[in-house]
Design a protein around this ligand. Structure first.
Ligand code: NDP
Length: 287
């Protein structure tokens, strides 16, 4: 039987998720239909779209910009949130909480939210062979993407974490908020500073800002060094990576994170584990 999935966003035409999930389905040997779903940018429309989708027999939905926080609020008031969704403050994966259905909840009361973005990053870094255990990590950015990767990075065993942001108060607020929400995060010493003041040697520096969209460059100190540099953005020239390539670091853009988070969503929905390296290779041959 064909299983139905969607990715909801605005805009949505550019999304690569249907191709990625089609590749996963091929690997898993199952029949799926995965479509892009445009939605007007307001919470009422989002809720109406997802309720109609799940009422119509939909198995799972991905959520992208600008609905990740709306999806969080929606699931918090309905079928619940995973630990990763709670600490991320955002949902990128929707499904039905079957346990609630069995307890008599209606479908709309059982819509449940998870967040696989941060684990997708950790999975990609692991596939790259970059060691995380004990690593001294600097994370640049304090927005939604940075927030979602903090718990998975700590769970992966990093040694220390410094969060740098253009607006330092946002980094400080983020650390305070997440430490109050999660004992795992509270147990980790997290330093904060302004991006321009980030200095010294790290094992890994991760760019979780949206600066690449504007083509501007981060103010990176000459005394800032790392062995591995990762930019969550992908598919364009990335001055952040060029900066560290010129200083002999190994670098990666974030397309593998996108595939990693998609694979985890697919696994949550279908129970099929994906060989992400194999899927990535097949996808690169198709483009
Ligand atoms: P947000 O808007 O929530 O946060 C933006 C962050 O970028 C803030 O820390 C902001 O700093 C910083 N920033 C923006 N412009 C500048 C600038 N000119 N100079 C310095 N800092 C700047 O965005 P998200 O966190 O949601 O997304 C960040 C990036 O991560 C996006 O590019 C997105 O595409 C990417 N991403 C990639 C994923 C993947 O699968 N590969 C998954 C999720 C996100 P300040 O607080 O000072 O404003």
């Amino acid at each position: 039987m064909t299983q139905h999935f969607i990715v909801i966003g605005n805009p949505i035409a550019h999304s690569k998720s249907p191709e990625i999930h089609a590749q996963f389905a091929l690997q898993a040997g199952i029949d799926i239909r995965y479509q892009r779903q445009y939605c007007p940018d307001d919470a009422a429309s989002f809720t109406a779209v997802i309720e109609a989708f799940f009422h119509g027999g939909g198995m799972g939905a991905n959520v992208t910009v600008p609905f990740k926080q709306v999806a969080y609020d929606c699931c918090a008031a309905r079928g619940g949130l995973s630990e990763h969704a709670k600490t991320a403050g955002a949902v990128n994966t929707l499904m039905i909480n079957e346990a609630l259905l069995q307890q008599g909840a209606s479908i709309k009361e059982a819509i449940y939210g998870d967040n696989t973005d941060g684990q997708g990053l950790v999975n990609h870094i692991t596939r790259l062979g970059w060691p995380l255990d004990g690593a001294r990590v600097a994370l640049i950015g304090a927005g939604g993407a940075a927030r979602g990767v903090i718990l998975p990075l700590i769970q992966a065993g990093i040694g220390s974490l410094t969060i740098a942001n253009r607006t330092v108060s946002k980094a400080v607020d983020l650390v305070n908020e997440l430490s109050a929400a999660s004992s795992v995060i509270a147990a980790q010493q997290i330093q904060t500073c302004a991006t321009k003041d980030l200095s010294g040697t790290f094992d890994m520096i991760i760019n979780a800002t949206s600066i690449g969209l504007s083509g501007d460059k981060l103010p990176l100190d000459d005394a800032l060094h790392c062995q591995y540099a990762y930019d969550m953005m992908y598919g364009r020239d990335l001055p952040f990576l060029q900066h560290f390539e010129a200083r002999d670091a190994q670098t990666s853009e974030g397309y593998g994170m996108l595939i990693g988070q998609a694979a985890l969503s697919f696994e949550r929905w279908t129970g099929h584990t994906i060989d992400v390296s194999k899927a990535t290779e097949a996808l690169s041959q198709n483009t």
